[in-house]
Design a protein around this ligand. Structure first.
Ligand code: M1P
Length: 253
């Protein structure tokens, strides 16, 4: 599997999904699609998101595995190169049933004691490479998640819960990452977005660009944006991503 047909096969451009390629939890625009098509002729492209692949398919389209050279779901715990799946790891194997049980019990107990304006369903989403914890529940509608996001900015429910988890499980070796609107991710330390870089380390890339919107400390793009193996670009929204891509890669030429 090679990238020799590209103008610059030694350059890889990686993108966060929510807030970078698409608005949070929404779908990719036609303008972004055509920008990426042009970019892909020049360089190797991939995305790295915290969500699982099914959600990325909803957001980026049904042909996601062929529209991108690399697809990294759950920070690269599930990984595809040119549509072919690469080896992956599992959160439950890493943590073990006993420790996970203690963690899940603490989370459910903590959530049940919170005063929240509304609750929906799926408070712990069990994923391949992490768990995702949502005080309102992952079944919230778009409007409900927007409202929760605003509420949480003031009430700091997620921030406080992360502090409580760190205090309760200081020796678990877990990282807590508030990457989206209604939840936070919990995964082994080191399994942040930099995890995906191990899939490309022997591919001879000379430049690896990364675009993300949550590049501040505590955001889920922070580690990969600051990693010495990448050239980081902080964006405010998908339009910003398009603007910077046009500037750097001269996509109209
Ligand atoms: O990609 C950012 C985050 O997107 C979702 O967050 P939320 O549902 O809170 O908006 C989740 O899929 C989360 O895992 C992911 O990090």
């Amino acid at each position: 599997m090679s990238f020799s047909s590209k103008e610059d096969p030694k350059t890889l451009v990686l993108f966060d999904v929510d807030g970078t390629l698409t608005p949070a939890r929404l779908t990719i625009s036609e303008e972004m699609k055509s920008t990426l098509e042009k970019l892909r002729k020049k360089v190797v492209i991939g995305f790295v998101g915290g969500s699982d692949l099914s959600k990325q398919v909803e957001q980026l389209g049904p042909n996601v595995l062929t529209d991108f050279d690399y697809c990294f779901s759950e920070n690269g715990l599930t990984a595809y190169k040119l549509g072919k799946e690469l080896a992956s790891q599992s959160f439950i194997k890493w943590i073990g049933e006993e420790k996970y049980n203690k963690l899940a019990k603490f989370i459910l107990r903590y959530l049940s004691d919170l005063d929240l304006p509304i609750r929906r369903g799926t408070f712990i989403e069990f994923r391949h490479g992490m768990i995702n914890v949502s005080p309102i529940g992952r079944n919230a509608s778009t409007q409900e998640r927007n409202e929760y996001d605003e509420f949480d900015k003031k009430a700091k429910i997620r921030e406080d819960m992360v502090l409580a988890l760190k205090k309760e499980f200081p020796d678990y070796g877990l990282t807590y990452s508030i990457g989206g609107q209604i939840s936070f991710d919990v995964f082994p330390t080191g399994w942040d977005k930099t995890y995906c870089l191990q899939h490309v380390k022997d591919e001879g890339f000379e430049n690896i660009h990364f675009f993300g919107d949550k590049t501040y400390k505590g955001g889920n793009d922070y580690e990969i944006y600051n990693d010495e193996r990448t050239i980081g670009h902080a964006v405010n929204n998908p339009n910003d991503t398009i603007r910077i891509l046009n500037e750097i890669f001269k996509l109209d030429n």
